[in-house]
Design a binder for this molecule. Structure first.
Ligand SMILES: Nc1ncnc2c1ncn2[C@@H]1O[C@H](COP(=O)(O)OP(=O)(O)OP(=O)(O)O)[C@@H](O)[C@H]1O
Ligand SMILES: Nc1nc2c(ncn2[C@@H]2O[C@H](COP(=O)(O)O)[C@@H](O)[C@H]2O)c(=O)[nH]1
Length: 386
């Protein structure tokens, strides 16, 4: 744990050290100082914590995708678990960040790392559609069904590109089908909290990075994950709200036939996959794990059933669009106050001062997700005056 003397003075909410603006906030028995450090060549975001009882400073391990707080920022505690930080001078939908200081994710990381941990989570306006987890034994046809979906609805769905330590098959492209990676690299990234889930599957490591899922949702698409049952279980236990579908074969014999006909595995690998398939099929009915079971007997029938589950017969517009319009503005906002679950923001820029959006209310009542991924569900509305 990095304890050190720091030259901050904490008399005001914003402290100015060596020309850099820092926000200092009291939450519980601690003071959190958030700002930038400039070593001359590049600036980076820093977080330091003062334990007010012992008067010791700690530099915590910082997880999550970090903001580049190159401009000044304003901050306010949302509750005992997180601090809202708004960076000034960038479009609103790029400027909202949460510093998680005592959420379940942060507590868990503190326990496993045995040190002070905080985590950044980017705030996103709107919720996006729930990702879809598709699981089932190797050879059942998950990839075939997903490929059909992506071909028919390229603007609606995006694939979560997993990382794996297995070797590429003929025609598999790095970055498209998988990120093919070294075991030491994936293990390092997992230990740094960059993965939503990972599992040892058929003798290799497979994992879904947080970025793989979040980048698809950021594009306004619904994310599809093709992962094994262990992975599905981990995602269920995570903060990601998703729909879980298990694809079953019509029979074990048919599964074996498909796996052999695919011709991508050695006999030894096929035997291993079939052994694992029995265990996966046993878990398909585990209470609270899968929302839907789909039998992939006739491919076209199964595909039609999958489309029904995903309501593709019902072409509703994404209701998020009504919340995202305001987020594109490049006004520079600062936090005025917190009223119930709303944060009131005031613009500093001239053009917004004269316009209808000089004041905004940021509604935090329906947040979802959170570190190590994005915090979604923010809503904003214009208000004329406070
Ligand atoms: N309904 C079906 N009837 C007959 N063959 C099928 C059907 N669905 C898929 N297949 C074939 O079965 C083989 C396995 O399918 P696929 O590769 O999609 O399985 P998978 O579940 O994605 O496997 P893995 O988990 O190993 O990636 C492929 O050759 C595919 O063409
Ligand atoms: N837990 C995870 N499982 C994954 C992931 N990506 C793929 N998989 C599963 O692995 C097996 C084998 O895949 P293959 O491409 O080698 O045939 C299959 O069941 C996939 O669903 C992942 O990121 N996490």
């Amino acid at each position: 744990m990095g304890e050190e003397a720091v030259e901050f003075s904490l008399e005001r909410a914003v402290v100015d050290t060596k020309g850099c603006k820092h926000s200092a906030l009291d939450v519980g028995g601690k003071t959190y100082v958030i700002g930038t450090s400039d070593d001359g060549s590049k600036s980076s975001t820093v977080v330091k914590i003062l334990d007010k009882l012992t008067q010791t400073w700690v530099v915590p391990t910082v997880l999550g995708t970090q903001p580049m707080l190159t401009n000044s920022q304003s901050a306010i505690p949302v509750n005992d678990e997180k601090i809202l930080v708004i960076e000034k001078g960038v479009p609103l939908n790029e400027s909202i960040w949460f510093l998680e200081i005592d959420t379940p994710f942060v507590k868990h990381q503190q326990k496993i790392k045995g040190m002070e941990v905080v985590s950044w989570s980017k705030g996103v306006i709107g919720v996006g559609q729930k990702p879809v987890v598709i699981s089932g034994p190797s050879g059942v046809g998950k990839g075939t069904l997903i490929a059909k979906l992506m071909k028919d609805y390229p603007s609606k769905f995006g694939f979560s590109v997993s990382h794996t330590t297995r070797s590429p098959r003929e025609k598999e492209i790095d970055g498209v089908h998988y990120h093919f990676t070294e075991r030491s690299k994936i293990e390092k990234d997992i230990s740094e909290g960059k993965f939503l889930e990972f599992a040892h599957v058929h003798g290799n490591v497979y994992g879904t990075s947080i970025e793989a899922v979040e980048s698809v949702t950021d594009e306004g698409k619904r994310c599809i994950l093709d992962i094994d049952v262990q992975g599905a279980r981990s995602v269920r236990a995570s903060s990601l709200e998703a729909i879980f579908i298990f694809v079953c074969p019509p029979s074990f014999e048919e599964l074996e036939k498909r796996l052999r006909a695919r011709g991508t595995e050695t006999e030894e690998q096929i035997q291993k996959r079939l052994r694992n398939a029995r265990a996966e099929l046993d878990q398909s009915n585990a209470p609270g794990l899968f929302d839907h079971l789909l039998v992939n007997d006739d491919l076209e029938t199964c595909y039609e059933n999958l489309k029904k589950l995903l309501s593709l017969d019902n072409d509703k517009e994404d209701s998020d669009s009504i919340f995202t319009k305001e987020g594109k503005e490049t006004a520079s906002y600062y936090i005025v106050s917190k009223v119930d679950s709303e944060i009131l923001l005031q613009s500093e820029t001239d053009e917004a001062k004269n316009g209808a959006t000089s004041s905004l209310a940021l509604d935090l009542s329906s947040l979802s997700g959170g570190a190590p991924g994005r915090t979604r569900g923010l809503k904003i509305r214009s208000i004329n005056s406070f």
